[in-house]
Design a protein around this ligand. Structure first.
Ligand SMILES: [Zn+2]
Length: 464
């Protein structure tokens, strides 16, 4: 027997531990994990040089849109994913009408232009779209749906439409029936409070990042989160909360789960590592994001949430938009994050002793894969899984900039020195990034096929 590739000399990371072993790959899959001496001959040998080998990162929160054609964005941004060790992106799509009109063409573009593998969440804005949720699941295999509870005022520059509680409540009833991968996802920010507080902050002359955060403070997120948990509880619907910034969410999720409910929290690298009073970001709109950056007290709680398992996933919330430089109030929210998400978490989390390396494999690969129906094909280094992995260098420091991220879109970490950069990214057995060079071609990424949901399966992943 002969295999295609052996990744030798690595420290293989899983949620339950780290083992020194070699990984054998054939036909894009992992066929053995063992001491190199007992593995078959390989056409190519990759020496991991004693470095950590993590499962390819599964980013549960990616936006691919903005002002440029999708055919360009799909290729350019998934090249940045490869740089960042991300081998699967779960991307949000939205539609001004029915997804049956817009999504099929986007799906075709994804198949021909992406460099990494992908699956989809839909952003739901209208009751008409709610009615179509069962058909979206049946025909597109999409089972996770995001709702903006607020945060975006009518006529906002990025065209997001907030929903009222009736839309959310009706949707939860439909999502509940979709089986174990059915998720109601909520952007928690109350837009009436945001509008009111923004007017007040502007009136008092605030025009920096701290003023922006003051215009949409923690309680604006907290009260929507509590309302979403309450509604999901009434509807017995699984709730996934993207981009959690507030410490209180950790206790709210814990309490809800103790009652047997499924409330899953995601946070983002920028909430774990940046604060609203960051002097580097103060004068520009680069750090503008919704929900807003907070403070160290919230940060400490988010790290605790990760350590204790109440926060399950870390998403980049990658938004490929050019920043206008027009000041905090005019600036569009969001920034690029795919290339830096792993180095940020390794630098701020693992190297600073806040979380163990196993937690990175758990929250950035294993959990997002299993929650969204991509496991066991994706999310872990195990026999039978896709050979998606990333080798990281915990020593060499590199300063975030376009030369490192290979992105034309600005990062909130621009100018920040980080370690834990990928040296090699492998996707289904192909080396798609190595030592600064993206090697994959557009169209080599695939849409991951979810297994048929078993409707009788226990939905509460955390109560088991
Ligand atoms: Zn959001």
């Amino acid at each position: 027997m002969r295999v295609d590739t052996i990744v030798a000399n690595g420290r293989i990371v899983s949620p339950s531990g780290v083992v020194d072993a070699a990984v054998a790959v054939a036909d894009g899959r992992i066929v053995a994990i063992a001491d190199e001496s007992v593995l078959p001959e390989a056409a190519e040998r990759i020496d991991a040089a004693g470095r950590f080998v993590l499962p390819g990162i599964v980013d549960p929160h990616v936006h691919l849109g903005g002002g440029r054609p999708l055919s360009e964005i799909f290729a350019s941004e998934t090249a940045c994913a490869a740089v960042g060790g991300v081998t699967t992106v779960l991307q949000y799509r939205r539609s001004p009408s029915t997804f049956f009109e817009t999504f099929p063409a986007e799906l075709e573009t994804a198949k021909t232009r992406m460099l990494v593998d992908t699956q989809f969440h839909f952003i739901i804005s209208t009751m008409e779209q709610v009615e179509e949720i069962p058909r979206y699941a049946a025909e597109f295999g999409v089972t996770s749906f995001k709702f903006y509870m607020g945060g975006y005022e009518p006529g906002n520059p990025i065209g997001l439409v907030s929903v009222n509680d009736a839309v959310l409540y009706a949707a939860m009833e439909k999502i509940r029936e979709l089986g174990p991968y059915g998720w109601c996802m909520v952007h928690c920010e109350d837009d009436s409070l945001v509008c009111h507080l923004t007017a007040k902050v502007k009136e008092s002359g605030g025009d920096d990042l701290a003023a922006y955060s003051a215009s949409r403070p923690d309680f604006v997120e907290e009260q929507d989160l509590l309302r979403a948990i309450w509604l999901a509880d009434l509807q017995e619907c699984s709730l996934y909360v993207p981009h959690t910034t507030v410490g209180m969410a950790v206790d709210a999720a814990a309490e809800s789960r103790r009652k047997g409910r499924t409330v899953v929290l995601e946070t983002c690298p920028h909430y774990l590592a940046l604060t609203a009073d960051d002097e580097r970001l103060a004068g520009s709109g680069v750090g503008k994001v919704a929900p807003a950056l907070r403070n160290e007290a919230h940060q400490a709680e988010l790290w605790r949430g990760l350590r204790e398992g109440w926060i399950s996933t870390i998403g980049s919330d990658h938004v490929p938009i050019p920043k206008s430089g027009k000041g905090i109030w005019e600036e569009a929210p969001g920034f690029a994050g795919l290339a830096t998400m792993l180095p940020v978490v390794l630098t701020e989390g693992v190297l600073k002793g806040r979380i163990a390396i196993e937690k990175v494999a758990e929250t950035m690969a294993y959990n997002p894969a299993r929650l969204f129906g991509l496991a066991p094909t994706k999310g872990s280094i195990q026999v039978g899984a896709d050979a998606d992995l990333v080798i990281v260098d915990m020593e060499t420091e590199k300063v975030v900039g376009p030369d490192v991220t290979q992105s034309e879109f600005v990062s909130a970490f621009e100018g920040v020195p980080l370690r834990g950069w990928p040296t090699l990214t492998m996707r289904r057995g192909d080396v798609i990034y190595r030592d600064g060079e993206v090697l994959a071609q557009p169209g080599s990424g695939q849409v991951v096929v979810k297994p048929e949901p078993d409707k009788d399966k226990e939905r509460n992943w955390h109560a088991a």
